[in-house]
Every structure is written in structure tokens, then in C-alpha cells.
Design a protein around this ligand. Structure first.
Ligand SMILES: [Zn+2]
Length: 300
């Protein structure tokens, strides 16, 4: 083979080498995880951003078009997206990414779910009948989910399977080291009492040993009411037992937590619930660093 025909041969086979994976995620943390594993092999698009409530969004045409082209759909699941994902899936008409098919990945199905109710009563609000879906708030869950996701990505893009496995192994090692550092820093938080806006933090509480003493929502999914806040003031105010912080996610109105904070002196904190939820939470590592920074600063 002379040099010219060899070059022509290369030109023909070269484009096949790069096969990327189009990943559509319901929440930003899963896109961030896919990128940690796959790097530039992965193109991600998230249906929600960190300043949106993932329980409630509109199935916009731009989302439908993106989902139609996706190879892999990653969602927290456990019915977190029940209000919009089924409609989005039916309009996108992409059978590969439907639940039960190979392109669908339900992150929360890989970890032990907390708050699974004994009985379901929809009248009591957004009950999360399959257990609490906000699993990303414990980094040990991210570790378990990453292990499963590496296999899924390798399965869907076999040409690059080794690169996903290598990128994934590298991530898992760095993640484990980071968890050890975080747990060292967070030891002093154990036993702290928290008031939460919505039950978005049960996995964080479980990880750090925080004790939830009340929720600003009277029942899950129902915004705080004057009556309920009055009761919390009695429970936590001058005569009450207090708490160490009041926590909300960036998409929740600050009104109720500030109202209660001003009357009780308990600090009100915004914690990023996912990547992009604060200026410094730009990836999964800085997400947890920022959560700890904020909790430790309020406690000091
Ligand atoms: Zn929820």
C-alpha cells in the first residue's frame, strides 16, 4: 500500500472511532455524573436546572425534541417526575428510553429508599409513595448509582466501553477520597436539628446524622401556611426547643424560612440541592463542598 492509498484508507475508517452518547437527564446531577464517567464522549441535556422544582415543569417542545434523539434517559425516578415525564415520553416517541427498555436508567432504584410509606393517601399531599426520590443528597448514593451507570453507558456504547469503565473507575476513586474528607469535616454537625422546607434532605440528614424536627410544608408538596408557621413558631420559638438551621432549596420561596428565622433567631440557609444550585456548586464535588461549607458556617 503506497502512502497515498494508506491515507485515503485512514480517511474512510477514521470517522467511525468517535461514537458519543446522547444523554437526557431529568435533573442536573445525573448529567454531571454522566460527564464524570464519559467525559467528552457524552453529550448531556437536563430537563430541569437547579433553580427549578423538579416535581413540576412543563413538557416544552424543546424538551420533546431532545428526548426524541436521546440514547439514554437518566432520572431520579420514584415518581419524582410523575407530573411531567410520562407526557414527555409519550410525545417524544423514542421507545428505547421508555421505562423497562435499555435506554432508561432510574437512579433511585439502585439505592435503599428512605421514607417509604406504609400506606398512601394522596389527600396528604405529594407523598412520594415509592419512597423519597431525592437520593442525590447522600454522596454514598452517588457512588452506588455511578457503579450502575458505568455499566449502562458501556452497554449502550460498546465501542467506547473501556473508556467508560476507565473514566468511571477514576471517578469512583476520587469520589471515595472526597467522601472521607467530607466526613472528617462534617463530624461536628452530627446531632444538629434541622427544619426543612420540603423533605428534600432526608438522605443528607441520614448521611450527616442531622435530626429533622419540622417541615415548613404542612404536608409534603403543599406550600407553608400561616397556621402551620404559627405552630412552628410555638414549637421552636422562645418557649420551644429550637433548631440549629432552617434549610431550603434554591427554588423554594425564602419567605417562610426567613419569617421563622426572624422570629426564632434560628439561621435560615439555602443549600444547593443539585449542581448549579449555587455559584460554587459547579460539579458534583463542589456541590457537596458547598453544602458542608454552608452548614459549618451557620453552626459556628
Ligand atoms: Zn419531593
Amino acid at each position: 500500500m503506497n502512502r497515498f492509498t494508506y491515507l485515503a484508507f485512514l480517511l474512510v475508517i477514521a470517522p467511525v472511532v468517535h461514537a458519543d452518547l446522547r444523554v437526557f437527564t431529568c435533573e442536573p446531577e445525573w448529567g454531571a455524573l454522566a460527564v464524570e464517567i464519559g467525559g467528552d464522549l457524552v453529550e448531556t441535556y437536563s430537563a430541569t436546572h437547579a433553580l427549578q422544582d423538579p416535581h413540576y415543569i412543563q413538557a416544552r417542545p424543546s424538551l420533546i425534541a431532545r428526548l426524541r434523539r436521546a440514547d439514554l434517559l437518566i432520572c431520579s425516578g420514584a415518581e419524582l417526575e410523575i407530573g411531567w415525564l410520562p407526557q414527555l415520553l409519550s410525545k417524544a416517541n423514542n421507545p428505547e428510553v421508555r421505562p423497562g427498555n435499555s435506554g432508561y436508567f432510574e437512579a433511585s432504584s439502585f439505592v435503599p429508599r428512605l421514607d417509604v410509606p406504609d400506606s398512601v393517601d394522596r389527600a396528604k399531599g405529594d407523598m412520594h409513595p415509592q419512597g423519597n426520590p431525592h437520593v442525590q443528597a447522600n454522596p454514598h448514593n452517588i457512588y452506588i448509582i455511578a457503579q450502575a451507570l458505568i455499566g449502562k453507558m458501556a452497554q449502550l456504547d460498546p465501542a467506547n466501553a473501556d473508556r467508560y469503565r476507565q473514566g468511571g473507575a477514576d471517578f469512583l476513586e476520587r469520589w471515595q477520597d472526597a467522601i472521607a474528607v467530607w466526613e472528617d469535616r462534617a463530624g461536628v454537625l452530627r446531632g444538629n436539628r434541622v427544619v426543612v422546607h420540603h423533605k428534600s434532605w432526608v438522605y443528607l440528614q441520614d448521611w450527616l446524622g442531622l435530626i429533622e424536627v419540622a417541615t415548613l410544608e404542612p404536608v409534603p408538596g403543599v406550600p407553608p401556611t400561616a397556621t402551620h408557621l404559627g405552630e412552628l413558631l410555638r414549637l421552636l420559638g422562645d418557649e420551644g426547643d429550637g433548631a440549629d438551621y432552617i434549610i431550603r432549596a434554591p427554588y423554594q420561596s425564602e419567605k417562610a424560612s426567613i419569617w421563622l428565622s426572624e422570629r426564632t433567631g434560628i439561621p435560615a440557609l439555602m443549600l444547593p440541592l443539585t449542581v448549579g444550585g449555587s455559584e460554587s456548586a459547579t460539579n458534583l464535588f463542589s456541590l457537596f463542598e458547598d453544602i458542608l461549607d454552608r452548614l459549618l458556617e451557620a453552626g459556628s
